[in-house]
Design a protein around this ligand. Structure first.
Ligand SMILES: [Zn+2]
Ligand SMILES: [Zn+2]
Length: 458
């Protein structure tokens, strides 16, 4: 397909699923089946410039991407303390002659690679932080050298793959239009740190953003880019239930905050069964209850901390009021008062833009094959990539221009079958070259397939 585009054989042909038969002297006929339905506006321009074999170029970076990943894996740093990690990324970018900017108060950076012709701007994202987990993979020579800190989510892989992709893109600027921005983001594991970069203007001029996560629940060699709800929000609430202390032998002389707090925990569970539409997914969990100092005394204050997970943006906005109403009534029933604080964490991650999802899926298919697509149900985990999606509005009135997907990382035949955030978590490194190629392929396809936003509007 690639070869024929370069030779211009396709020009003028426009039917889907067309077969081309090329007869060479004394050789067997060559038959290609071409699915032209994948073509989109700007395809002609793409044909003129696309000549790189991205999969091959990524395979040539295999040693580099694995070495980067192993270096990062053995030197993990906690969220927002990724100082050495950032230094490493910057030094690699400098070796590639790629300019970058850093931001006061943030680790990580944003780098920029310009194509030789004008066009749109696409941003590729990798997160860079590790977790407070003691690694159990002591038999592996790239095991963490920092006690109690580990890359147990695979962000080392994301960083390595994006560096490797940067290398390819920087060496082939004449193959794409516009600009590729690379964001190496701090602190994904602890909330909405992606917003720090948005506030500092890192997304200005960005027309679309792309991210992916190595995924331990999917087999190595598979990928998933799907439209619609993918991950839930992760909001946090803190409740203070205030009563009056008493001796436990005479509870009628006080107002038992612990009993009232227990009533609140029970009442909160009814939101999903009685107030939420059955079609929606909603989780309200209380994970922490702090109160009391001894068994024969009733305390006057109890703290409850919990989380809300939903994909429904409207319901999410209502949750602070719903929780406050229910908790205040439940506490009142036992003579206590309730104070509520609600913190909006990462938003629901929803792949709203179907055209962008299709571009990502086709890019992954080019690299990994059509059969490599694996369905994956939406999850009640969270990802702060969703914050970027809220801030890349695309053209006026359009849905957010972002897409997020998954790269299978599990390989039981190599003993790699632990879930994320597990002390024995690991990733089949054979997938790193594929991830590299998917980053590059998406960027190139997006930039070469769509005209600049300005010209589209005119
Ligand atoms: Zn994680
Ligand atoms: Zn992660």
């Amino acid at each position: 397909m690639l070869l024929m585009e370069r030779r211009g054989i396709l020009s003028g042909n426009s039917c889907a699923g067309q077969q081309l038969l090329l007869q060479r002297h004394g050789a067997a006929p060559l038959i290609w089946t071409i699915d032209l339905r994948e073509q989109r506006p700007g395809q002609k321009e793409r044909e003129q410039v696309m000549s790189m074999d991205i999969k091959k170029l990524a395979a040539e970076q295999d040693e580099y991407v694995i070495a980067c990943r192993r270096h990062l894996h053995s030197h993990p740093e906690l969220s927002c303390q990724e100082f050495e990690t950032t230094k490493f990324i910057l030094s690699e970018l400098e070796k590639m002659n790629i300019p970058y900017v850093t931001f006061d108060g943030c680790t990580g950076c944003v780098a920029e690679i310009n194509g030789t012709q004008p066009g749109r701007t696409v941003m590729l994202r990798a997160d860079i932080d590790a977790l407070p987990i003691d690694e159990a993979n002591r038999d592996k020579n790239y095991c963490s050298t920092v006690p109690g800190v580990m890359h147990a989510c695979g962000h080392d892989c994301h960083t390595a793959m994006l560096l490797s992709a940067a290398k390819i893109l920087a060496a082939h600027r004449d193959e794409f239009k516009g600009t590729v921005k690379l964001i190496f983001q701090m602190g994904e594991e602890i909330g909405r740190k992606s917003e720090e970069y948005v506030r500092r203007g890192a997304l200005e001029g960005v027309d679309a953003i792309f991210g992916m996560h190595v995924w331990a629940l999917m087999e190595a060699g598979t990928f998933n880019f799907e439209a619609g709800e993918r991950m839930a929000c992760s909001d946090r609430f803190t409740l203070l239930i205030r009563g009056a202390a008493a001796n436990a032998s005479t509870p009628w002389l006080g107002r038992d905050a612990l009993l009232a707090a227990s009533a609140c925990v029970m009442a909160l569970q009814q939101i999903s069964s009685r107030q939420n539409k059955a079609q929606n997914s909603l989780v309200v969990s209380v994970g922490m209850m702090n109160g009391g100092t001894e068994g024969n005394s009733l305390c006057d204050c109890v703290e409850l901390v919990g989380t809300v997970r939903t994909f429904d943006r409207g319901l999410r906005k209502e949750m602070p009021d719903r929780i406050a109403q229910i908790v205040q009534k439940a506490a009142e029933a036992w003579g206590c008062a309730a104070e509520c604080e609600y913190y909006f964490g990462p938003s629901p991650l929803i792949n709203d833009d179907e055209e962008l999802v299709r571009t990502a899926r086709v890019a992954a298919e080019k690299v990994m094959g059509k059969d490599a697509f694996a369905p994956l149900r939406k999850m009640t985990g969270a990802e702060d990539f969703s914050v970027y999606m809220e801030h890349v509005p695309g053209a006026a009135g359009n849905p957010p221009k972002g897409v997020f997907g998954y790269l299978g990382a599990r390989n039981p035949s190599k003993g790699i079958d632990c879930v994320h955030h597990h002390p024995s978590f690991d990733v089949d490194e054979a997938i790193l070259k594929d991830g590299t190629a998917v980053y590059v392929q998406f960027a190139v396809d997006y930039l070469n397939s769509f005209p600049p936003v300005e010209s589209r509007a005119s």
